[in-house]
Write a protein that binds this ligand. Sequence first.
Ligand code: SAH
Length: 235
Amino acid sequence: MYQKCFNMTLFAVALLCLSAGSASEAQDFNRVRARMVKEQIISRGIKDPRVIKAMETVPRHLFVPQAYRSAAYGDYPVSIGEGQTISQPYIVAFMTEALELSGEDRVLEIGTGSGYQAAILAGLANEVYTIEIVEALGRRAEKLLKELGYKNVHVMIGDGHKGWPDMAPFDAIVVTCAAEDIPQALVSQLKDGGHMILPVGRRDGVQQLVKVTKTDDTVQRRDVMDVRFVPMVKE
Ligand code: SAH
C-alpha cells in the first residue's frame, strides 16, 4: 500500500514537472517572439498594427520541425523538411503588409509549406486558400492548422501555377516560391483593385520581389527588393 502511494506520488510529481516544463517553455518562446517582433519587424519599418499583432500572436516555433525549434525566431529562413524553408520573419511580415488587406478578404497563397504564412493571413482575412505541391508538407500543415483551431484556411495539393479557379477571384495573392515569370492564371484570378506579391526570377539567379496591382484591368508591376526563395516547380 505504502509502495503504491509512493509510486503514485512520484507519478504526480513527474506529471507536474512535465507540465511546468512545457508551460515555461511556452513562456520562453513568447518572450523570444516579442523580441523578434521588436527587433526584426517594427525596427525595419513594418507599421500595420494588424500585421504586428499577428506576428506577435502566431506561435512560429510550432510550424518548425522539433529539431530546428530553437532557431524558429531567428532572422533567417529555417528548414521545414523536404528541401523547403519557412521564410525569414521579416519577409513574411513585409509580404503580408504589401497585400493591404481589409479584413474581409479572400486570399490565395501559393506554397503552403509549414502553414505559418497561412496562419498569419488567417487572422487578417476572411478566408485563406493555400496550395502546396508537396503532398507531405501540405497535409502536415493542414493537420497543424486544424489542431491550432484555424477554421478559415483551406489547403489544396496541386500546382500553384494554375491558381484555384473554383474559388477565384481573390482580393489578394501571395506566392512564397519563386516563379520564372508572373503566372498569368494568377493575374487573371486577382480581383480588380487587388494586390499580388511574389518573387520572380531564376532558381540560381537574382530574384525580385514584385508587387502586382490590378486596376481597371490594367496590371501595374513594381519591383520591391532583391530576395532569394525556393523555386516554384512545375507539375
Ligand atoms: N509559405 C511557406 C513557405 C514555404 S517555402 C511557409 O510559411 O512555411 C515554398 C513552398 O512552395 C514549398 O513548400 C514548396 O514545396 C512550394 N511550392 C513550390 N512550387 C510550387 C507550386 N508550383 N505550387 C505550389 N507550391 C509550390
